[in-house]
Design a protein around this ligand. Structure first.
Ligand code: F6P
Length: 438
């Protein structure tokens, strides 16, 4: 069970400077649209969950709110900032970079911003091209492009070497935009900096199209990702409906968490089967997936199947791992394509199967307007946190409030689709899929 002490965010020291944003927040108090910096945001959001803790009010687990402070740690105009993007692509990376640069420039008079190239490799001399200067002009329209103008890479680097690099360049705040592996790297780097007694803040902005970071309601880019995936499901439905005994099979990303599969399917309300890593299923047998699919095609003339890449891994074999340390996955999409084809052939039923894998298309597109708004606001929250001397944290949004989450907590487990939760129930309600395929 999460405790109050686990949710405390480290601070570099006393906030000695008046914030240039102080005038905006001077008289503000907590209300339904704003959380005062002295207030805390509740971890739980129901009476029953709160009651079950049996704790006095000031011992309940709570988060530090995000947002501008009245006093800050770093001197406006005299602060040097670095930005790095790590791991796989995600819609909105450029929006976050741009949001950071513009917020630093416009509100904290920070014009000395460098972008490290290609992930943590950019903080290791000789491994990547030299850092580049980021100005309001150079980032002016980057939000219109997918990807990251800084480039990215997977994999950890030596935190001592990265710390040396930050010291050599005189960086005061490093913003790390990355997933769980990158956040572990950021935490390791923050530890080295703290242990050396250096006033250098490391602030994370969590990035994952899989939406698998816990404690925060939704990660940026996820909405764009499932909107793009939905177009593939739409296409699969058109193909399946137009064929005799048509099956549209769509494989989407989602290594351990099937949120893209669930949201994309719900958004078009077209999928007959949704297969996610969190809900095991049998392939064979009268109650298995193949028999259920066969029945659906006989009854309705066609069917659409959406499968997350991490589903059904117990049918597959894969070895090795990627540079981030993620175990390799077997290809469930191709496996299902073969299994469905064989099953229909064995039953003597005709089949027209169209297989669509929108994989990298999903994450390389520019952010939707919804995600762009979220990216800008996350970037602003990250700048406020960094300028206030918070370190070893990620910014996020929970219960519609911006919060600071210690990195240790943000990587302590994975956000997944709960088989007994309301999202999965919605998926079951919107498909022809039985609750169990065993
Ligand atoms: O981590 C996010 C993710 O989208 C996973 O769902 C997927 O397995 C992975 O990225 C693929 O990334 P890459 O092919 O770049 O290693």
């Amino acid at each position: 069970m999460t405790t109050l002490s686990e949710l405390q965010v480290p601070r570099l020291g006393e906030c000695r400077f008046d914030s240039p944003l102080g005038k905006y927040v001077a008289g503000r108090r907590t209300n339904e649209h704003y959380v005062d910096e002295d207030d805390r945001v509740l971890f739980d959001d129901t009476v029953e969950l709160l009651r079950a803790r049996q704790l006095p009010l000031d011992e309940l687990p709570t988060f530090e709110p995000g947002g501008p402070r009245r006093r800050i740690f770093f001197e406006p105009g005299a602060t040097r900032v670095g930005i790095v993007t790590c791991g796989g692509l995600c819609p909105g990376l450029n929006d976050v970079i741009r949001g950071l640069v513009l917020e630093l420039h416009a509100h904290y008079a920070v014009d000395d911003v460098v972008g490290f190239r290609h992930g943590f490799a950019g903080l290791v001399p000789g491994l990547a091209p030299a850092p580049v200067a980021l100005t309001p002009d150079t980032v002016a329209t980057i939000n219109e492009q997918g990807g990251t103008i800084l480039g990215s890479s997977r994999g950890a680097q030596d935190p001592e070497v990265m710390a040396d690099c930050l010291v050599d360049l005189g960086i005061d705040i490093l913003f790390v935009i990355g997933g769980d592996g990158s956040m572990r790297g950021a935490a390791g780097l923050a530890d080295v900096l703290l242990s050396r007694g250096l006033d250098v803040a490391v602030v994370g902005i969590p990035k994952t199209i899989d939406n698998d970071i816990p404690f925060i309601g939704q990660s940026f880019g996820f909405q764009t990702a499932y909107t793009t995936a939905a177009q593939a499901i739409q296409a699969a439905r058109v193909e399946a409906q137009s064929a005799m005994n048509g099956v549209g099979l769509v494989r989407v990303m989602g290594r351990h968490s099937g949120f893209i599969a669930c949201y994309a399917s719900l958004s078009v309300h077209h999928a007959d089967f949704v297969l996610v890593p969190e809900v095991p299923f049998a392939l064979e047998g009268p109650g298995g997936f193949l028999a259920c699919l066969h029945r659906a095609v006989i009854e309705n003339g066609c069917a659409v199947v959406v499968v997350a890449e991490g589903a059904g891994q117990d049918f597959l074999y894969a070895e090795g791992s990627d540079p981030s340390g993620n175990p390799a996955l077997g290809d469930i999409g191709r496996h299902l394509r073969r299994a469905i084809t064989d099953h229909f052939a064995a039953a003597g039923t005709g089949l027209t199967l169209k297989y669509i894998d929108p994989g990298y298309t999903i994450r390389s597109v520019p952010a939707s307007a919804h995600d762009s708004v979220y990216c800008v606001r996350l970037a602003q929250a990250a700048v406020h946190a960094g300028m206030a001397g918070r370190t070893k944290l990620v910014v996020g949004r929970r219960h519609n409030r911006f919060i600071h989450v210690p990195i240790a907590q943000a990587v302590s487990y994975r956000n997944q689709v709960a088989p007994d939760g309301d999202l999965w129930l919605s998926v079951l309600e919107s498909t022809a899929q039985p609750a169990e395929m065993r």
